[in-house]
Each structure stands twice: as structure tokens, then as C-alpha cells.
Design a protein around this ligand. Structure first.
Ligand code: IYR
Length: 224
């Protein structure tokens, strides 16, 4: 069993209380401007920016620091078209019978339907895969822990990083989305969790008022 190797906490920065408060406010203001977008401009995004955001996502905490994620970036037009065709087939089944009435009612204010043109129009899709196990540098297979939690946290980091860089995202989850394994050439034991649509919002892009409403502090939090 490997022994821990310790080092002094690197790069920690603390702030005086006023600066803490100002930073917290500024960060909240930045995140608050983020909106989920469904109309994308086809303009390409710089690859370097995406790679930096993926590295930011990769700093997320994870079970036993095993980093159980893989981000497959799809820019190829043919691959995007295949994804759109497969996703729309699932979405038609969802909207035309599979989804319970209450679910469709909850979705109604978002104005979504089975048509997903953004899967072809956006410059990039990022398929996020969760790995229930992985391979160590010595070739041994290791089980991963807290996989959905870890991948969810990394996805949050990625969405925040892309937003901060001036890009818009849509957290899309066609269900099931096993077709992503074949299209992205990922092994069957990796589970696609989210298809993140990434790009610039189309000029004149509109978003539902409903989507910008955030629950108040008293509702989302409590102190004991
Ligand atoms: N996957 C469908 C339905 C959908 C479900 C939820 I929960 C949403 O927040 C939005 C949409 C679709 O993409 O239309």
C-alpha cells in the first residue's frame, strides 16, 4: 500500500474580510450572468480556450483523487449530425409518450421540444463520460469511487470556466445516450452523463424568463 507523501499547502491565498466579501460578490455576479442557451452561432471557438477550460474541470475534487472522467470534444460536422439524429430519435420518443405528464408540465416554461438543431449548429459538443473504473500507470485496473458526484463537480467547474471565458453552454441530456460511446469511440464501461453544447450565443438569442429565476437564499439554505 502506498504511503502518503506530504508537502506544505501550495498556493493558498487568504484575504482580509472586506476583500473576501468583495470577491464573493464579484464571483456570484459573474456566475449569475450565466444562462443556458439553445441558439448557437456557428463561429468556431479557439481550441486553446477549450483545452484550458478542460484542464480547469480536471482540477475538481474526486473520490480518492482518481479523476473518473473523460471529456470527448466533438467538432466534426459528420459526428455532430450523427449525434443530432440519434438524440432527436430519443427526444421524439420522450416528448411523444415516454415522458410523464408532470415532467412535460415542468418543462413547458422552457419551450423545449424534440428538435435539436443546436447539436449541429454549435461549434462544439463535449460528451462527458463517467468511468466506473480506470487504468493505473502500471496497467492495473482500479475501481473508482463517488463517480456521479465527482463527474458532477467537474462538470460544474467546466460550465463555470467556459462561462468565465465568454462562452455559452447548454447542459443537454438525451436519454438514453449510449450512442455517444460508439460515435466518440469510448469503451462500453464509460457512461455518458451529459452532452455539453458549447459556443457563442446566436445574435438576437432569447432565453426564457423562467430560466433566470433563482430561488432565494432562505429557500436554498439553512443554518443550525
Ligand atoms: N432531454 C429533453 C427534455 C428535457 C429535460 C429536462 I429535466 C430539461 O431541463 C430540459 C429538457 C430535451 O432536451 O428536450
Amino acid at each position: 500500500m502506498a504511503e502518503p507523501v506530504w508537502e506544505p499547502l501550495p498556493d493558498y491565498r487568504g484575504y482580509p474580510p472586506e476583500e473576501m466579501a468583495a470577491r464573493a460578490l464579484a464571483f456570484r455576479a459573474e456566475l449569475r450572468r450565466r444562462r443556458t442557451v439553445r441558439d448557437f452561432d456557428g463561429r468556431p471557438v479557439p481550441r486553446e480556450v477549450i483545452e484550458t477550460c478542460l484542464l480547469a474541470a480536471g482540477t475538481a475534487p474526486s473520490g480518492a483523487n482518481l479523476q473518473p472522467w473523460h471529456f470527448a470534444v466533438i467538432q466534426d460536422a459528420v459526428a455532430k449530425k450523427r449525434i443530432r439524429i440519434a438524440a432527436e430519435a430519443e427526444e421524439r420518443a420522450f416528448y411523444n409518450g415516454k415522458a410523464p405528464k408532470a415532467w412535460l408540465e415542468a418543462l413547458a416554461p422552457l419551450g423545449t421540444d424534440a428538435d435539436k438543431p443546436f447539436l449541429e449548429e454549435a461549434p462544439l459538443l463535449i460528451a462527458i463520460f463517467a468511468q466506473k473504473s480506470g487504468t493505473r500507470p502500471d496497467g492495473r485496473t482500479v475501481k473508482h469511487y463517488y463517480v456521479p458526484e465527482s463527474v458532477g463537480i467537474a462538470t460544474g467547474f467546466l460550465i463555470a470556466a467556459l462561462h468565465d471565458a465568454g462562452l455559452a453552454t447548454l447542459t443537454h441530456t438525451p436519454s438514453p445516450m449510449g450512442f455517444l460511446n460508439e460515435i466518440c469511440d469510448r469503451p462500453a464501461w464509460e457512461k455518458p452523463t451529459i452532452l455539453l453544447v458549447v459556443g457563442y450565443p446566436k445574435v438576437g438569442c432569447r432565453v426564457p424568463v423562467h430560466g433566470g429565476l433563482r430561488k432565494p437564499l432562505a429557500e436554498i439554505s439553512s443554518w443550525i
